[in-house]
Design a binder for this molecule. Structure first.
Ligand code: ATP
Length: 786
């Protein structure tokens, strides 16, 4: 709404500039009176024209008077319009003049009059020609104009031709002006029959003819005229709250002054809607993928099956053996089992047991080590009870685990049909089901595990999933790789999928200072995106992009299609150890706020200690993955519970999104496969450069308020102009208008203060602007340099 209001202001201002309210009332009443004078003259002319005809040549003679109600004026004007002009159709003039007068008198926006004048003139000529055609013997019906046009047309097309032309004109008027279509007419007749005695369509048609627009764009239509043609269709869209008022406001406007103001707002919104619909009709929806329309998604053959094509092989003997061992161990401790069931997964088999009645669950839980000992196996995990099932689960690793290949999970129906914003195929659950989640819903992911347990493979699985599902226009990666080797392969897709800071050579970030800059730049991008969302009146990136695709957001106002941004940090511990708060603060800020605007974080660390995964970080990362860790304490640090220490490694992982823990076998994607995928994408035509993030300037580059003229920011002058023009000394105004980051805008404000253009900081209030207008400012800046 705010935007619409902003839009109306210049129009209103212009209107005020043209004519003052008083002058409008004066001019309006003059036109109304003139229209009445014309009307009475015209009517009277029909009865007196013969008597008054001789007088037309003796206008100056004061002794003679005309019989017309408005005397000589009436006789002369009527003769001019009715006889020499358009005949009966000339009544259009008093009507149009009266209407214009009324608009001026009531202060209504004159824009609405254009359509009425155009249609009025069209009707005037058509009526004149038609009456001239049918009443050629009666010059007062069609007037001289009607007669002459008829004469001219008949010379070329004959009587029949003119008749057909008149008929065609009538069709245009009925269809465009009155929105009559065969379906509409039958529908109306039916409704009329139903209503019997209700308001006739004829009465409704009057305001409609008034409000129509010549362009054929959707006017405020009479609800009575519902027809399935493309024009009336537009009305089927449910009106916005304000829009409902538009119809009565427009119709009743000539009588009620109060409603006039109301109509201006919604009219604008309708205009935007109309424009959007017209653009979509003409060009189709905005397609973000158009620039790389020939882009081919990677195909399955780029991935290996890692010998997992045949699925899980069940070793019946092993199953039986494990079952017996479990039953025996429990029996040794006097725990009877009523039922036992096995679910075989790729890495572990889950034995679900129902103990005899009266057995305490904690007793079984305490036997974890004993069961592990008797089974002589690592990585046994007891889940007592399994949530929602009423059974106790014992997970026992398989002797021959099956590799879950990325190929099988990508090929799975679940992933292929996933209607998610950022679908990730992590791998398989212990019941051998493909596990797919939406990164956008998580909304950030923390990944930890001891070295060599599958973190890098996990990150590759995330990136591969997105590469298989998303077009380069839809998602961008910001990759941070302090180890300098893990993510290098993704360099090849820089111009397709990567985002980087302006002026930086490599898209993959390996040094710490650059990481800090990038994180801050992402914070600026986040702020920009929030501004855009606010201006578009939407709540999240999804709604924003839908609106942008429907061409309801104007790129000239700074709107653009927003790709998702996934920030991946491999080895977070390194970073936090060397940069501490400088990294933690922007990460926490992004994690807290970035979910709605499509920036998602994936952070991996091999040192899950509390000084790396701090409380602040943890609180903002509800979704966590733990690969195998070496101690219970590490498991607690990541998951808030033990369990990760009992995993068997090689991609065996626990995933939580806040509540229950899910054990998964991570999909395996090897480095050569990643190389093939990136090669495949990288060899295709890409964008000219990587996606550029907003510029970030280090805060340390000068903080004192004693700025000399040479030290001033390059945007100082522009910023001063913005501030003086708006007479409002605020950093956020500079930020918004000049699209600068918060820190830079803040620094410019300090420089403006040092220059004496704005006053000192006044808490929550905007600073005082010391210079009244732009001319004074320019003078001031000129004097400064002299
Ligand atoms: N999902 C998996 N399925 C099968 N094997 C796996 C899986 N994940 C990892 N591995 C095996 O474990 C090895 C180490 O994995 P990875 O490089 O991902 O460990 P990491 O945790 O990133 O180690 P580091 O922290 O030292 O980089 C891989 O080379 C692979 O052989």
């Amino acid at each position: 709404m705010a935007k619409k209001k902003r839009k109306t202001t210049p129009t209103q201002k212009r209107a005020h500039k043209g004519l003052s309210r008083q002058n409008k009332v004066i001019l309006g009443s003059l036109l109304i009176l003139l229209s009445l004078a014309l009307f009475f003259s015209f009517v009277s002319f029909y009865f007196t024209w013969q008597d008054d005809q001789s007088l037309l040549t003796e206008f100056a003679d004061r002794n003679r008077s005309a019989r017309n109600l408005l005397n000589k004026f009436g006789a002369g004007v009527s003769h001019f319009f009715m006889y020499r002009g358009f005949g009966l159709a000339s009544f259009a003039f008093p009507i149009l003049l009266g209407l214009t007068g009324l608009y001026l008198f009531l202060g209504m926006p004159l824009r609405g009059l254009v359509g009425k004048w155009v249609w009025g003139l069209v009707l005037l000529i058509w009526t004149s020609v038609t009456l001239g055609f049918f009443g050629a013997a009666q010059p007062l019906l069609g007037g001289l104009v009607g007669y002459e046009i008829n004469d001219f047309l008949q010379d070329y097309t004959g009587k029949i031709g003119v008749f057909l032309l008149v008929l065609f004109g009538l069709t245009i008027i009925l269809v465009r002006l009155f929105k009559l279509t065969p379906e509409g007419v039958t529908g109306n007749l039916k409704r009329l029959k139903d209503k019997l005695g209700g308001p006739t369509p004829a009465t409704a048609a009057v305001p409609e003819s008034i409000t129509d627009l010549p362009s054929g764009s959707d006017p405020d239509e009479d609800p009575e005229f519902e027809s399935p043609d493309p024009y009336t269709h537009k009305k089927d869209i449910p009106p916005l709250e304000g829009e409902q008022e538009t119809v009565p406001a427009e119709v009743a406007a000539p009588e009620e002054e109060l409603q006039i103001e109301v109509s201006s707002g919604p009219e604008e919104s309708e205009e935007t809607e109309l424009l959007a619909r017209k653009l979509v009709e003409d060009f189709g929806e905005f397609d973000p993928t158009l620039e790389l329309s020939n882009y081919k998604f990677p195909h399955l053959d780029l991935l290996d099956s890692h010998g997992a094509g045949g699925g899980i092989t069940i070793n019946q003997e092993e199953l039986e053996e494990n079952k017996n061992k479990i039953v025996d161990t429990l029996r040794n401790y006097k725990i009877g089992i009523a039922q036992i069931k096995a679910t075989i997964g790729p890495t572990v088999t889950l034995y679900e047991i129902v103990p005899d009645a009266g057995i305490r669950i904690s007793k079984i839980k305490n036997l974890e080590d004993d069961i592990a000992l008797s089974l002589a196996a690592l990585g046994i995990r007891i889940i007592a009870p399994i949530p929602g099932k009423g059974t106790i689960g014992i997970e026992v690793p398989n002797k021959n685990p099956t590799v879950v290949s990325m190929r099988t999970v990508i090929a799975s129906k679940k992933f292929q049909n996933a209607e998610m914003q950022l679908p990730i195929a992590f791998g398989k659950t212990i019941s051998n089901e493909t596990f797919v989640v939406d990164l956008a819903k998580m909304p950030h992911l923390l990944m930890a595990g001891a070295t060599g347990q599958g973190k890098s493979v996990g990150l590759n699985a995330i990136l591969t999933s997105l590469l298989y599902k998303k077009h380069p226009a839809e998602v961008k990666f910001v990759l941070v790789d302090p180890k300098k080797v893990e993510l290098t392969l993704y360099n090849k897709i820089e111009r397709h999928f990567l985002a980087k800071l302006p002026n930086s050579e490599d898209a993959i970030i390996t040094d710490n200072t650059k990481v800090i800059h990038t994180l801050n730049s992402l914070c600026i991008e986040m702020d920009h995106r929030y501004e855009l969302l606010k201006a578009a009146l939407v709540r999240n990136i999804k709604e924003y992009n839908v609106k942008f695709r429907a061409r309801k957001l104007n790129p000239n106002d700074g709107h653009r299609y927003l790709p998702y941004i996934v920030l991946v940090i491999d080895e977070f511990a390194d970073l936090i150890m060397s940069a501490g708060k400088e990294v933690e603060t922007p990460i926490a800020r992004l994690a807290q706020l970035a979910r709605a605007i499509g920036i998602h974080l994936v952070i991996a660390t091999q040192r899950p200690s509390v000084n790396v995964i701090t409380g602040l970080i943890k609180a903002n990362f509800p979704a966590r993955i733990a690969f195998r860790v070496t101690s219970k304490i590490d498991s607690r640090t990541i998951l808030d519970t033990q369990g990760a220490d009992q995993l068997i490694g090689r991609g065996d992982m626990l995933f939580t999104q806040g509540n229950e823990l899910i054990r998964l076998q991570c999909a395996f994607v090897d480095t050569p496969e990643v190389a093939k995928i990136t090669e495949y994408i990288g060899s295709q035509r890409g964008y000219p450069d990587a996606h550029l993030l907003p510029e970030y300037e280090d805060e340390d580059s000068g903080t004192g308020i004693d700025y000399s003229i040479e030290e001033r920011d390059a945007m100082f002058r522009e910023a001063a102009e913005v501030i003086v023009a708006a007479q409002q000394g605020s950093a956020s105004l500079i930020q918004r208008k000049l699209k600068l980051g918060y820190n830079r805008a803040g620094r410019i404000i300090d420089q403006l203060e040092a220059a004496g253009i704005v006053g000192p900081f006044e808490g929550s209030k905007a600073r005082q602007v010391m210079i009244p207008d732009l001319t004074t400012l320019h003078e001031f800046l000129k004097n400064e340099t002299q």
